[in-house]
Design a protein around this ligand. Sequence first.
Ligand SMILES: [Zn+2]
Ligand SMILES: [Zn+2]
Length: 152
Amino acid sequence: MNQENSRENLKYIFTQYLDKKGHRKTPERFAILDEIFSFQGHFNIKSLYLSMKDKNYTVSRATLYNTIDLLLESNLIIKHQFRNNITCYEKIFECARHDHLICTSCGAVIEFNEPEIQKTEEKIARMMNFTMTHRSIYFYGICENCLISVCP
Ligand SMILES: [Zn+2]
Ligand SMILES: [Zn+2]
């Protein structure tokens, strides 16, 4: 699937969702979706707001929060709480499936991709007759850098 196709596909999924739930299809909501599409990696409300402002697109924080909620509900993005009080988001469409290692000392977030974990998840979902819409695994611990700094 090429970039343009998946962008169209995404708009389609979001449009279907908004229609189904009776939400308005405002240009702001689609502009936010577009902006998120262009991001790599994790983002938060503030970075989203700033990058839109950079492009002279001003949306209210209320609209951002509200649209983020809709994108979460439609399973286009996922919410992460890597550290206390810091909420960030990540797109889950056309993004390689991955999981996160979180350092509880410095807060570093390291991504990894292990197909064996994913195979196991799918097996469990099948066994439990469970339709998995999305998934996420976090490992908490101490990263390599922090380990080096405590062990001279
Ligand atoms: Zn660390
Ligand atoms: Zn990630």
